[in-house]
Design a protein around this ligand. Structure first.
Ligand code: IPE
Ligand code: IPE
Ligand code: MG
Length: 230
């Protein structure tokens, strides 16, 4: 069993994977969605407590309407197919991001999955949906300001700022993995990744296997995390 509590994944490369195989981009998203199940089950088996997956960013609205519409359908497919198994494995679904701007029927499906699994005590599978880290930070600061207006003795600190973020109930991110070979953060967990270990894997998300996850975990265990000390 690993010491790793929280793993965050930028699941990237669905579109390029599809193109390389002669499929439309949507097929990459469909296969990628099934792979969220595979990797979540593997992470749960490894004893990981929280797996956060970046499923849709605040910038992804820029994509074609057809692609956005398809991406918004994926939660239906995912939970229809896998809810029974998630319950059996005691996996709890949570979400970070702005629910408000998500189409109503998609938001309803997400909320239903969150409610249905809310008493599960196993791994948390946390979806970053309509998530943007800059927005999260600004929203958090504004939340603080609202409280401050009522009580000017309040102070915002490095220690309490997390209380104002979407991740307030989650442990620190130990490891962030991005697939597809891109080496950037793309507005994901900017505050939370301050001392996370980062891994950039050269395969597209649909090809990322439980074995690769295991290799990442093993590599993580060998890293020397110093947090600024010696
Ligand atoms: C990741 O795959 C999934 C989402 C961002 C929703 P992409 O769709 O970004 O795939 P590429 O990067 O274009 O290959
Ligand atoms: C990041 O991937 C967002 C998600 C995986 C949901 P993108 O494919 O949107 O990121 P960029 O555009 O390559 O930075
Ligand atoms: Mg991409």
């Amino acid at each position: 069993m690993t010491t790793l509590k929280h793993i965050a994944i930028i699941l990237d490369g669905n579109g390029r994977w599809a193109k390389a195989h002669g499929y439309p981009r949507t097929q990459g998203h469909l296969v990628g969605t099934d792979n969220v199940r595979n990797i979540a089950v593997a992470a749960n088996d490894e004893g990981i407590k929280v797996m956060t997956v970046y499923a849709f960013s605040t910038e992804n609205w820029k994509r074609s309407k057809d692609e956005v519409d398809y991406l918004m359908k994926l939660p239906f497919l995912f939970f229809n197919k896998f809810m029974k198994e998630l319950m059996e494995k005691n996996i709890k679904i949570t979400m970070i991001g702005e629910m408000e701007d998500i189409p109503k029927d998609t938001a309803k499906v997400l909320q239903k999955a969150i409610d249905q699994t809310s008493n599960n005590t196993g791994m948390i599978l946390n979806f970053a949906m309509n998530y943007g880290s800059r927005r999260e930070i600004i929203n958090g600061f504004n939340k603080f300001l609202d409280e401050y207006k009522k009580d000017e003795s309040l102070k915002l600190t490095e220690d309490n700022f997390n209380n104002y973020l979407y991740t307030n109930e989650l442990p620190e991110v130990d490891l962030m993995i991005r697939t597809s070979g891109e080496q950037r953060i793309s507005n994901f967990l900017l505050w939370q990744l301050a001392y996370s270990e980062l891994m950039f894997v050269d395969v597209a998300w649909p090809e990322f296997t439980p074995k690769m996850l295991k290799e990442c975990i093993e590599a993580f265990e060998k890293r020397d995390r110093r947090f600024g000390g010696v």
